[in-house]
Design a binder for this molecule. Structure first.
Ligand SMILES: N[C@@H](CCC(=O)N[C@@H](CS)C(=O)NCC(=O)O)C(=O)O
Length: 151
């Protein structure tokens, strides 16, 4: 059984918090891209756009790839990072080997940070696919080890 003083759990906590901080940054980045491109989700948000130009509502509500790319990266984070936090918690409860567990957590952290960078910079595939796959492998490995432990 782990305690909050446990080094493995602390590394898990730090990796999880860094990933949550990265996701919080994605919201800010979306707002920045919206203001930069003048593309908003709601008609009332165009208040933040170029005030010197007469508001062209229809135009400002159109989707824009610079905005949508950040939103897709954020969505992909939600599909992968939230499960990591939940799975990692159960995995910690199994009392895994500390070095193996830390390897899982740090690999996942690096894979997801790189996933965001290559997504936002539109790096050619398979760069993003590899980052996604590495993160997915970490989650799958923790799930399998946890299930094996509890069975
Ligand atoms: N919901 C994802 C599931 C598969 C996935 O996560 N693929 C990775 C590697 S190609 C990805 O970065 N997908 C882009 C995205 O989710 O916007 C999708 O629709 O693509």
């Amino acid at each position: 059984m782990f305690s909050l003083e446990d080094e493995t759990f602390q590394v898990f906590g730090i990796c999880s918090l860094l990933l949550l901080a990265k996701m919080t940054f994605m919201s800010l980045l979306t707002s920045r891209q919206r203001i930069k491109t003048g593309k908003f989700a709601n008609k009332e948000d165009s208040y933040f756009g170029d005030k010197s130009a007469p508001a062209n509502l229809k135009e400002s509500l159109k989707a824009n790839d610079e905005v949508e790319r950040v939103r897709r990266a954020h969505m992909n984070d939600m599909e992968n990072i939230y499960p990591f936090i939940l799975i990692g918690f159960f995995y910690c409860l199994t009392g895994p080997n500390s070095n193996t567990a830390k390897f899982h957590f740090i690999t996942f952290l690096m894979a997801r940070v790189l996933h965001t960078i290559v997504y936002i910079l539109a790096v050619k595939q398979p760069a993003r696919g590899i980052c996604y796959f590495v993160g997915m492998l970490v989650n799958a490995s923790m799930i399998l080890q946890s299930i094996a432990h509890y069975m």
